[in-house]
Design a protein around this ligand. Structure first.
Ligand code: PLP
Length: 406
């Protein structure tokens, strides 16, 4: 007799879930470290990391232990009460960064929504009700609420949902002149991903971020870094702003922050935070004890010299493999990104076919990502070992051979 589990297949998805995703044909059921198994027991090497989320791999023993312990202690209080795991995590983030105040949410979208609302509120409180302009960038991704898709620079995600929030301007990424041309005293914030993730794994140039900092200072605008994807160790530093030596006024973090448990954070200064008061903004779940406890343990592991320097060593191995695959199959025009956010752009002959390589990779037993139609993206666990990298890359090479040889 079929068990309940046997009755669940990929076909079930189309019967029960909103058609906003096109998930792979297999269903993962178990993970350990950088390996994942599907319903049929087939094993995969995980170079996708749940989209740069499972920064310590699957079922890391320390995270499991924390989740179990907190799960038997206290799950949820709401923000009518504060809780110890949230306060401890906030202290860790403040001790390790520019920030003096932190607020927890549940997703990158919510952290950015909070950041954008705070930037507008700060400008209208401290300066003028007309200081509302937000400058953002083409190909940027900041989340899926109406405000965050509107600040994001990919109209395909925001078209059809209007009317959109007003006074948001998009200019080309890494183009300081374009920013200068639209920057004025009505600008309340410049919002940027130090390394664009979804938009194609493109790192900002140091001059660009430094220039944005200067422009913001000249015009009393806030500099907001969306580090939802590139932060929390992924670039080889705790946050990308540390690599660039450019300090934002507001920073958002999510994805790797909880190592797989949903949580996000917005970090800022005391001065900026002080325009808000009880009731200005909020979330029922934000700062949930389970999420904050797990994130606290993930933070302690990620924010160590061992793990952070390991990221750069592992990157070298990734890049070496990708260069070899690129040369052998005449496949990549560029290998880029930072740390363990690696992008490989497909040459003209394979433009638009990133998904074909992704599906072939899964067939060959390795999970990879794309970032748009032309870029393969790799965002594995920050503690993935050499053997898993080599095995996953062998499988990826086999998948590439299949696609290329037709
Ligand atoms: C993933 C992502 C978001 C949105 O995060 P969600 O948790 O999906 O809401 C925002 N900004 C960046 C840079 C991201 O990569």
């Amino acid at each position: 007799m079929a068990t309940q589990q046997d009755a669940i297949t990929r076909a079930t998805f189309d019967d029960v879930i909103l058609p906003i995703y096109a998930p792979a044909e297999f269903i993962p059921v178990k993970g350990k470290g950088s390996r994942v198994w599907d319903q049929q027991g087939k094993e995969y090497v995980d170079f996708a990391g749940g989209i740069a989320v499972t920064a310590l791999g699957h079922c890391h023993p320390a995270l499991v232990e924390t989740l179990k312990t907190q799960g038997e202690t206290l799950w949820h209080t709401s923000n009518v009460f504060t809780n110890e795991p949230a306060l401890r995590l906030a202290r860790k983030l403040i001790d390790a960064t520019f920030a003096e105040r932190v607020v927890f949410m549940n997703s990158g979208t919510e952290a950015n929504e909070t950041a954008f609302k705070l930037a507008r509120f700060y400008a209208s409180t401290r300066h003028s009700p007309y200081k509302t302009k937000i400058i953002a960038f083409h190909h940027a991704f900041h989340g899926r609420s109406l405000f965050t898709v509107s600040v994001g620079g990919q109209p395909k995600y925001s078209d059809g949902f209007g009317p959109k929030p007003a006074d948001i301007i998009h200019v080309p990424f890494n183009d300081l002149h374009a920013v200068k041309a639209v920057m004025d005293d009505h600008t309340c914030a410049v919002v940027v991903e130090p390394i664009q993730g979804e938009g194609g794994v493109t790192a900002a140039s140091p001059e660009f971020l430094k220039g944005l900092r200067e422009l913001c200072d000249q015009h009393d605008a806030l500099l907001v870094f969306d580090e939802v994807q590139c932060g929390m160790g992924r670039c080889g530093e705790l946050f990308a702003y540390m690599h660039y030596g450019v300090t934002p006024d507001i920073l958002t973090s999510a994805k790797a922050l909880g190592g797989g448990f949903p949580i996000s954070a917005m970090l800022t200064t005391h001065e900026i935070a002080s325009v808000f008061h009880a009731g200005s903004h909020g979330s029922t779940y934000g700062g949930n004890p389970l999420a904050c406890a797990v994130a606290g343990t993930a933070f302690d592991i990620i924010n160590t010299p061992d793990v952070l320097s390991g990221v750069n060593e592992k990157r070298q191995l990734f890049v070496k493999h990708l260069q070899q695959i690129g040369e052998k199959f005449d496949l990549f025009s560029d290998i880029r990104g930072m740390g363990l956010l690696v992008g490989a752009e497909l040459k003209a002959a394979y433009k638009g076919r990133a998904r074909d390589f992704l599906y072939a990779a899964a067939d060959a037993g390795v999970m990879v990502l794309n970032a748009g139609p032309d870029v393969m993206r790799f965002a594995p666990s920050l503690v993935i070992d050499e053997q898993d990298i080599n095995e996953g890359m062998n499988r990826f090479a086999a998948a590439v051979a299949k696609v290329v040889n037709g």
